[in-house]
Design a protein around this ligand. Structure first.
Ligand code: FAD
Length: 423
């Protein structure tokens, strides 16, 4: 009898597990395998030359005051080795042979596996316009990108050149805040009519717009970028369809990512907006799991859900490790996410898609408030701006599906935490 993911009664457990992608999710799979008492070989193969590292600081603190690469590490190489995880940095997996159960590396080696985890993350979207390839145009996904952007911001500071950020989402706004804190002239060009419009309610987006404007960022909405104009191969300006020209010493493009499912697709795994997984991180191949930004979760109602967050990578990584050992530990926690801009912390929990009502609690002017999203009478998500206690309470309310009314939320004198304890 052969071993199979998800089969609790297998006699042959895997000897060798290969993890493709040494990022947040990949490391989590490896460490969770050890926590699940897996004693076989674990190879953690990563295309980047670094030990697995935290990406969130790259658009925040690390960008404004670059520290060592090691300071970003989730786990140092030594700690990884101590757990007997074979970290193989600077190695790209080029192909998966599912019938032979092996992967082919860039250096020509063919490594066999009993179980495979795909944790390949995501690739930056590139603007399909002339000039996108010019020097001085950056996306931000990894350490190398952040180092290039930090150097470009430095150069802009020296030459008093303006910075243009394309995209008013989390990463674009965090970069804008960082650049402004360094005293640079910053313009954010956003294609839609408000900031972070796909994920937050107007009241949150408009508040963040006021904050950025108050810090001196120029926000331009409803623009369509048509060209990045260069001179001698270096970007000099951004042109928009309404004929405007925005001079730029450098351009940071923050228009989102695509799941990196190329390997999985080529191997014939079911993919649609990412590698399709179930709540236990199992793919359409019983020997292969997937976790993190490369995935699309098939939910109970049949729809696909993509999340790009540390929590998702960690929790799905745990589920994937368990599944590799034939155990079922579905990832069911309520999703949460955060973003730091200036001294504001925006924390989000739940998925607000499909809300019918938003109720605020707190002071919109400070700003220090939370926006509670209801679908009919059910609370489905909460965004908190510098209201950490609200966020923590909201996580518990949503995780435990505790009923709360819009009236209770709107009344600052009503302690929402009182709903949490049975009294
Ligand atoms: P990654 O961490 O991207 O790791 C994937 C790895 O796989 C990469 O190293 C890649 O090189 C490697 N790889 C790909 N293909 C191959 C191959 N064929 N062979 C070998 N290796 C391969 N989330 C939050 O929750 N809060 C935040 O504030 C936040 N801020 C962020 C800021 C920035 C600048 C970025 C980029 C992301 C941020 N995120 C944030 C998102 C979060 O970091 C990601 O969701 C998380 O890193 C996803 O982990 P992952 O393991 O799926 O992918």
């Amino acid at each position: 009898m052969t071993w199979a993911v998800g089969n609790r009664y297998t006699r042959n457990m895997p000897d060798t597990i290969i993890i493709v992608g040494a990022g947040q999710a990949g490391l989590q799979v490896a460490e969770s395998l050890r926590q699940e008492h897996f004693t076989g070989t674990i190879a953690l193969i990563g295309a980047e030359p670094y030990a697995p590292y935290n990406r969130p600081p790259l658009s925040k603190k690390w960008l404004s005051e670059p520290m060592s690469v090691e300071s970003l590490s989730i786990r140092g190489a030594e700690a990884i080795a101590r757990r007997q995880i074979d970290l193989m940095p600077s190695n790209t997996v080029l192909a998966i042979d599912r019938s032979a159960r092996s992967v082919r590396l860039q250096d020509g080696r063919q490594l066999p596996y009993d179980g495979l985890a795909l944790t390949t993350g995501a690739c930056l979207k590139v603007l399909p316009i002339p000039g996108a390839e010019l020097r001085g145009v950056y996306g931000l996904r990894g350490i190398d990108d952040a180092q290039s952007i930090a150097a470009a911001l430095e150069a802009c500071a020296d030459t008093h050149a303006p910075v243009v950020v394309i995209g008013g989402g989390f990463i674009g706004l965090e970069v804008a805040a960082t650049a402004r804190k360094r005293g640079l002239e910053v313009t954010v060009l956003e294609g839609l009519s408000r900031l972070m419009s796909r994920v937050v309610a107007p009241v949150v987006g408009e508040t963040m717009a006021r904050v950025h404007t108050a810090h001196g960022v120029r926000l331009v909405f409803d623009v369509k970028i048509v060209e990045l104009e260069g001179h001698a191969g270096v970007v000099r300006a951004v042109r928009t369809s309404d004929g405007q020209r925005y001079p730029a010493g450098c351009v940071v493009v923050g228009v989102g990512v695509n799941p990196d499912d190329a390997l999985a697709r080529a191997a014939g795994l079911a993919c649609e907006r990412g590698v399709i997984v179930d709540a236990c991180a199992r793919t359409s191949d019983p020997h292969i799991v997937a976790a993190g930004d490369c995935c699309a979760l098939r939910t109970a109602d049949g729809s696909l859900r993509r999340l790009e967050s540390v929590q998702n990578a960690v929790e799905q990584g745990k589920a994937a490790a368990a599944a590799l050992l034939g155990r079922e530990r579905p990832f069911t926690a309520t999703p949460w996410f955060w973003s730091d801009q200036y001294d504001l912390k925006l924390q989000m929990v739940g998925l607000s898609h499909g809300y019918t009502q938003v109720v605020t609690r707190g002071d919109l002017n400070k700003p220090a408030f939370s926006a509670y999203y209801f679908r009919d009478t059910a609370l489905i998500a909460v965004d908190s701006l510098s209201r950490i206690a609200d966020h923590m309470n909201a996580r518990k309310l949503l995780d435990r599906a505790i009923a709360v009314t819009p009236q209770q939320v709107a009344d600052e004198h009503f302690e929402l935490s009182s709903l949490l304890s049975p009294s």
